[in-house]
Design a protein around this ligand. Structure first.
Ligand SMILES: C[S@@+](CC[C@H](N)C(=O)[O-])C[C@H]1O[C@@H](n2cnc3c(N)ncnc32)[C@H](O)[C@@H]1O
Length: 232
């Protein structure tokens, strides 16, 4: 039996929420671990986001659509002084990440399991140091471009929550999305592209661990662009 179509309750998430049935352990993580790590958007965000974490952190990094979680887990493990907020509505991906958080005893990750625009609207002004948007759903058909996460309204959201000098990092293997993002950021007064030469967008970000979608792109013969924009 197919699941009843979910009423469109979110602004920017158009994908699947569930995949294969979860293993017992994964379901237990969702039931018991997620509630302690999930941001409670019904409460006001704390004025100082670093207080969301049990141990002191120096900066805040938000990853939108972490998928398999390769990047988030890698960064969180190598940098305990940064507090990470990971957002992913796909249940199987969230369950996988929770398993990694437990196995690697990561204390510097908080999570949200729905549309990232909700978190963006919850976060205080100038409170975030980095936003990672890595291989966002490409929506390659022109009639679907309006679904792309990069849009004027979402760049306004990024501009509000990023600290001055904060960075928006974007990776994609889809040329039309790379161009789309360059144009949207060029036309947005709050962002400046940091690249000075081709190597700056052809070379992966420092310490880049790659991700599942990147591996798929390589298998299918596509290269990637890595764009970094500074909040001016
Ligand atoms: C193409 S996948 C890339 C996953 C991962 N970043 C990678 O590189 O392997 C895009 C991810 O973004 C998530 N996503 C799509 N729209 C979203 C939204 N509005 N808020 C948060 N996540 C979203 C999807 O569920 C999916 O896991």
């Amino acid at each position: 039996m197919t699941e009843p179509r979910r009423a469109r309750a979110t602004e920017a998430f158009f994908g699947r929420r569930k995949g294969k049935p979860l293993r017992e352990r994964q379901a237990a993580h969702l039931e018991h671990l997620l509630p302690s790590l999930r941001l409670d958007l019904a409460q006001h965000a704390p004025a100082e986001l670093t207080t969301l974490f049990p141990q002191p952190v120096k900066r805040i990094r938000l990853e939108i659509g972490f998928g398999g979680g390769e990047h988030l887990v890698h960064r969180a493990a190598e940098d305990p002084a940064t507090g990470f907020i990971g957002v992913e509505p796909f249940v199987n991906s969230m369950a996988k990440l929770l398993g990694q958080i437990e196995a690697r005893e990561l204390a510097n990750v908080r999570l949200y399991d729905d549309d990232a625009t909700q978190v963006l609207d919850w976060l205080p002004d100038a409170s975030v140091d980095y936003i990672d948007l890595l291989y966002p759903d490409p929506w390659p058909k022109r009639k679907h471009w309006k679904r792309r996460f990069v849009s004027k309204v979402n760049l306004d959201r990024f501009a509000r929550i990023l600290k001055p000098g904060g960075l928006f990092c974007f990776a994609s293997d889809i040329d039309t999305y790379v161009n789309w993002t360059l144009i949207h950021c060029r036309d947005h007064a709050a962002f400046e592209w940091t690249a000075e030469k081709a190597a700056d967008w052809l070379t992966p970000f420092a310490g880049w661990p790659s991700t599942r979608y990147e591996a798929k792109a390589r298998r299918e013969g596509r290269s990637s662009a890595y764009l970094t924009f500074r909040r001016v």
